[in-house]
Write a protein that binds this ligand. Structure first.
Ligand SMILES: Nc1ncnc2c1ncn2[C@@H]1O[C@H](COP(=O)(O)OP(=O)(O)O)[C@@H](O)[C@H]1O
Ligand SMILES: [Mg+2]
Length: 363
């Protein structure tokens, strides 16, 4: 079931098209993430859903209802912004109660509801506190409580954790996932941080800097099978090599200048995958096995010299220079189940990877 549908939506500011012919479906009751670089139009899209901006052309549906021209107060949509947007002179309780007070709910209902949502965001006991005395993370929890108390159909989250430090961010991401699980409200989470989007999303959309959506899918689909160079580079790290699609003994492979052949597995045939075409292959750094030994059983084998090693604790990153001058990044998990091979600067190493882990990308 879908919750929100954009139908060919266009929006300009000062004569510049920010959203151009956007068509997008956001599923109901799921955690949906919209990921894209700064300035690509993510906030504009949220503001169109909220009714803070209106389209130049096209339509927006909430469920089956056309809300294109509906004013903000008629939409059951709430937003949590990056800046906390709380009332600094009101207590936590009154900040959260605000929406219900405006609706003139009974005091007893307000109390019950405020305590319910404060519990959900782990702020019981904070109701009488002054907003100014709260930390950034606590303020954002108040903003969340205030947004969910009126039971919106859709909760919009515009980079809500961007101002918080990494550890707190990770903690709140988990809390958000748990909250969505309990509420089953449609969450639309906007971010420019790919790790955040991968963590929270049931489904995600990737926008490029022109404001076009390049791919929609589960985090796993997006990560494992990016459809473009932009997506492959923007979500996670990858190695991209250019070459020509050919066939050898009936097997598809990509001929790379000055390097040799990379065997590939064509998951789904696309119309641009024509023998002889120029294209790119993408191989994730963790899909490559690095060793000084000769090992059989891999479809692909490249050789190079170790140029750089970065120890990350959990993993180590190697930069390997191939003979054609191309640099390849490799991640190795630092498992200690058995003694690991020692690899050093300037060592000549073999890089192995399977053809199933090579993704073909259009030139
Ligand atoms: N109200 C506005 N008036 C003029 N330009 C705007 C307005 N809102 C957004 N923009 C412009 O639209 C572009 C996209 O902005 P925004 O939607 O905030 O992107 P994002 O949230 O992805 O960073 C930016 O170039 C921004 O300057
Ligand atoms: Mg923004």
């Amino acid at each position: 079931m879908r919750q929100i549908r954009f139908e060919n939506v266009t929006k300009s500011f000062d004569g510049e098209e920010i959203v151009s012919g956007l068509s997008l479906e956001i599923p109901a009751g799921k955690f949906f993430a919209l990921l894209g670089p700064s300035g690509c139009g993510k906030t504009t899209i949220l503001r169109l859903i909220a009714g803070l901006e209106f389209v130049d052309s096209g339509r927006i549906f909430l469920g089956d209802k056309d809300i294109t021209h509906q004013p903000i107060y008629k939409r059951r949509v709430n937003t949590v912004f990056q800046q906390y947007a709380l009332f600094p002179h009101l207590s936590v309780f009154e900040n959260v109660a605000y929406g219900l007070r405006i609706r003139r709910e009974k005091e007893i209902i307000i109390r019950d509801n405020v305590f319910d949502v404060l519990k959900m965001v782990h702020l019981l006991g904070f109701e009488n506190k002054n907003i100014k005395s709260l930390s950034g993370g606590q303020k954002q929890r108040v903003a969340l409580a205030r947004a969910i108390i009126s039971q919106p159909e859709v909760l919009l989250l515009d980079e809500p954790l961007a101002a918080l430090d990494q550890r707190l961010k990770e903690k709140l991401l988990i809390e958000l996932i748990e909250l969505q699980d309990v509420l089953k409200t449609t969450f639309v989470y906007v971010t420019h941080d790919q790790a955040e989007a991968l963590t929270v999303a049931d489904k995600m959309a990737i926008m490029n800097s022109d404001g076009r959506i390049e791919q929609i899918g589960t985090p796993k689909q997006i990560y494992e099978f990016p459809v473009s160079r932009f997506v492959a580079n923007f979500v996670g790290n990858t190695n991209i090599i250019s070459g020509k699609l050919l066939e050898k003994d009936g097997q598809p492979m990509v001929e790379v200048k000055g390097l040799g052949n990379v065997y590939v597995f064509i998951q789904s045939q696309k119309n641009w995958m024509i023998l002889g075409c120029n294209l790119f292959v993408s191989v994730r750094p963790e899909k490559i096995f690095i060793s000084k030994k000769e090992i059989s059983g891999f479809s692909n084998h490249l050789q190079g010299r170790v140029e750089n090693i970065i120890y990350y604790g959990r993993s180590t990153q190697y930069t390997v220079m191939l003979k054609n001058g191309k640099k390849i990044i490799v991640f190795e998990q630092n498992e200690e189940h058995f003694p690991q091979e020692v690899i050093d600067y300037d060592d000549i190493v073999n890089l192995y990877f399977q053809k199933e882990n090579v993704v073909l990308l259009q030139e």
